[in-house]
Design a protein around this ligand. Structure first.
Ligand SMILES: Cc1cc2nc3c(=O)[nH]c(=O)nc-3n(C[C@H](O)[C@H](O)[C@H](O)COP(=O)(O)O)c2cc1C
Length: 168
């Protein structure tokens, strides 16, 4: 079963998060997960994917203009309806709006007719309410993407397990 992680990233933090999500997905037997920047999406692979996770940085507590534009113009051509959907984001301030970004991406996914999945609080630690977030160390020296690596990986694993349960 194929799964896709699609991201916009200018300085590499969100790309890292995407790669960690795919790493977690690939831990689930029978799953082949790939990551794509919005500028280099393999349309055939995404169309064949049972699930798609989409992420970008927080820009002024909203999704980036590039992601907004990609969701409007390109994502709808990828046969998203009926796929499992998820979302993630990165930010440089602990309260920098990443959850709002996730929520707005999930809203687009619902509009496409996707079945949205959060990763689930019911699994316990890490408790993920709507999607995983990474805070980088640009401003907050005590923070850094590496601290969130396991959260992204575990989210990916949970997402893939759910996709296998539904579509495997
Ligand atoms: C134009 C612009 C606006 C930003 N606005 C926010 C913001 O509102 N809150 C925040 O925490 N970080 C903000 N950031 C920082 C990015 O969200 C953060 O550095 C992110 O991890 C960058 O992701 P990337 O390395 O994948 O490009 C902003 C960055 C830029 C360039």
């Amino acid at each position: 079963m194929k799964l896709s992680v699609i991201y916009h990233s200018k300085t590499g933090n969100t790309q890292k998060a995407a790669e960690w999500i795919a790493e977690g997905m690939n831990e689930v037997s029978g799953v082949q997960a790939m990551c794509f920047s919005i500028s280099e999406v393999d349309s055939d692979f995404v169309k064949e994917s049972a699930g798609v996770v989409i992420g970008c940085p927080s820009y002024a507590a909203t999704m980036t203009p590039d992601m907004r534009s990609w969701l409007f113009t390109d994502a709808g051509k990828l046969g998203m309806a009926g796929k499992l959907g998820g979302a993630f984001a990165t930010e440089q301030y602990t309260h920098g709006g990443a959850e709002l970004v996730i929520q707005s991406i999930l809203t687009d996914e619902l509009v496409f007719g996707m079945l949205c999945y959060s990763g689930g609080g019911s699994f316990g630690h890490p408790v993920i309410h709507i999607g995983p977030i990474g805070v980088n160390s640009n401003v907050e020296e005590h923070n850094g993407m590496e601290k969130y690596r396991d959260n992204f990986r575990i989210y990916g694993k949970r997402f893939a397990a759910k996709a296998s349960e539904l579509f495997g």
